[in-house]
Design a protein around this ligand. Structure first.
Ligand SMILES: NC(=O)c1ccc[n+]([C@@H]2O[C@H](COP(=O)([O-])OP(=O)(O)OC[C@H]3O[C@@H](n4cnc5c(N)ncnc54)[C@H](OP(=O)(O)O)[C@@H]3O)[C@@H](O)[C@H]2O)c1
Length: 365
C-alpha cells in the first residue's frame, strides 16, 4: 500500500508531538520537516528518521509534488503564510491553533481554500477529541435545554517563569497580539462551541463582556488572565475563565454544563471523570480509569479502557479522523474564525486590570 506522504512545518515542541501521534497511523509517512534554522531542521530530521529537511517551504513543495498533506506547527504569527503556501501547493492542511493572529487572516485563508486543490483542512484543537471530552459531549443531550456552560482553563506558566527570570514575557513577534486568549482562551472557546453543537439546539453565542488582566499596561501579548461571558439568543450563558497565573494548577480544564434536566461536570478533563446530577435527584458518574466493558465508550476511541490518555490521545484521535475520515469531525477553519471573532470582541469590550495588583490583593486576603 502506498503511504500518505506528509511534511511537518516547524521543529519545536509541538512538531514533536505531531510526529509522535502520526506514528500511530501506519498508513501515513512523514517525509520532510521545515524549520527556518537549518541546524534545527537537520537535527529534527535525524532524530526522528525523517528523510528530508528544508528551510524553505516553497522548495519543499517544488521538490515533492507527491506530498499530500502538511502539519503546520510553527509559531502563531507564521501560520498565515504557511497555510497559504500549502493551499497554493494544493496539499491538505492541518494547522496548529490559533489558526491566525486575527480574524482577517483567517478569512483570507478561508477564501484561499476555495481557489485551492487542497482536499482537507483542519485546526488542531485536540481537547475536543480527547476521550473524556467525547464522553462528556455524548451526555450533553441528557440535559435538555441548556442554561449555562462554564469552561475554566488554568495554567501556571507565567507565574513559574516569572520566578525563573524576572520580568519574563512571551514574545509578541511569535505569539501575535494576545498571549492567554490566543494560547488557551481559544481552546476554552472551542470547547464552548463544541458543547453548543452537541446540545443540538443551534446555540449561537455572542460576546457580552470581558475582564482582562494584563502584566503592566495593556499591550501586545501581555494578557495573562481573562474572564469572558457570552450569551446565546435563547438565554443560555457561557462563562470562560482562563489564566496563565494559576497558583493551584499547572494545567487544568474544568467544565460544567447546566440544563433544564440536570448538570454535567468534569472537575479536571485530565482526570477522566465526569458526573451527572439530574434535576430529579438521580446521579451517575463515569470514570475512565474504572470503566469496564459494560460502560459504553464512543466507538471512535481506539484506545483501551483504564488507560489515562488525555491530551496526547486528543492529537492521535484528531489525526485519525483527519486521515481516515471516520465518524468524528475535525475542527474547521470556519469554527476557528468564530473563536477568533469572539476573542477580538472580548478585547474590544474588555475592562482591564493589572494582574500583579490582583495577585497581591488575593494573597493578602
Ligand atoms: N494544540 C495544542 O494543544 C498546542 C499545544 C502547544 C502549542 N501549540 C501551538 O503550536 C505552535 C508551536 O508551539 P511550540 O510549543 O511548538 O513552540 P516552539 O517549541 O517554540 O516551536 C516553535 C516553532 O516555530 C518556529 N518559529 C518561531 N518563531 C517563528 C517566526 N516568527 N516565524 C516562523 N517560525 C517561527 C520555531 O523556530 P524554527 O523555525 O527556527 O524551527 C519552531 O520551529 C504554536 O502555534 C502553539 O500555539 C498547540
Amino acid at each position: 500500500m502506498k503511504k500518505t506522504q506528509v511534511a511537518i512545518v516547524g521543529a519545536g515542541r509541538i512538531a514533536r508531538v505531531h510526529w509522535m501521534a502520526l506514528r500511530w497511523l501506519p498508513e501515513v509517512e512523514v517525509i520532510a520537516v521545515v524549520s527556518r534554522t537549518r541546524q534545527r531542521a537537520e537535527d529534527f530530521s535525524v532524530r526522528h528518521g525523517i528523510p528530508h529537511f528544508y528551510t524553505d517551504e516553497k522548495q519543499l513543495y517544488r521538490d515533492h509534488p507527491e506530498l499530500q498533506s502538511v502539519h503546520i506547527c510553527n509559531s502563531n504569527s507564521a501560520h498565515r503564510d504557511s497555510v497559504i503556501h500549502a493551499l497554493d501547493a494544493g496539499v491538505s492542511v492541518l494547522c496548529e491553533k490559533p489558526l491566525g493572529t486575527s480574524s482577517r487572516q483567517i478569512q483570507e485563508m478561508t477564501a484561499r481554500v476555495s481557489e485551492s486543490k487542497s482536499a482537507s483542512q483542519a485546526v488542531c484543537f485536540p481537547y475536543r477529541l480527547s476521550p473524556t471530552f467525547q464522553k462528556f459531549q455524548s451526555w450533553v443531550s441528557r440535559l435538555g435545554t441548556l442554561r449555562s456552560i462554564r469552561v475554566s482553563y488554568e495554567q501556571s506558566s507565567w507565574i513559574r517563569r516569572q520566578s525563573e527570570s524576572v520580568g519574563w514575557m512571551p514574545d509578541a513577534n511569535s505569539y501575535g497580539p494576545s498571549y492567554v486568549m490566543a494560547d488557551i482562551g481559544c481552546h476554552a472557546l472551542d470547547l464552548v462551541q463544541a458543547l453548543a453543537a452537541a446540545s443540538g439546539s443551534g446555540l449561537n453565542f455572542s460576546m457580552q463582556s470581558a475582564v482582562i488582566d494584563y502584566a503592566g499596561k495593556p499591550s501586545a501579548c501581555s494578557d495573562i488572565a481573562a474572564s469572558v461571558s457570552l450569551e446565546a439568543s435563547g438565554g443560555c450563558i457561557a462563562q470562560v475563565e482562563v489564566t496563565k497565573a494559576s497558583q493551584r494548577a499547572h494545567n487544568k480544564i474544568s467544565i460544567e454544563v447546566q440544563g433544564e434536566q440536570g448538570t454535567l461536570s468534569c472537575e479536571n478533563l485530565f482526570s477522566e471523570r465526569i458526573e451527572f446530577r439530574g434535576a430529579d435527584g438521580r446521579q451517575e458518574s463515569w470514570d475512565r480509569g474504572q470503566a469496564d466493558s459494560r460502560t459504553p465508550v464512543p466507538d471512535s476511541l481506539s484506545f483501551p479502557l483504564a488507560h489515562p490518555e488525555g491530551w496526547f490521545s486528543g492529537f492521535a484521535n484528531l489525526f485519525e479522523a483527519f486521515y481516515r475520515k471516520g465518524s468524528l469531525q475535525t475542527p474547521t477553519f470556519a469554527e476557528s474564525l468564530r473563536v477568533s471573532e469572539w476573542i477580538e470582541d472580548a478585547f474590544r469590550q474588555a475592562s482591564y486590570r493589572d494582574i500583579q495588583e490582583r495577585l497581591t490583593r488575593e494573597s493578602t486576603r
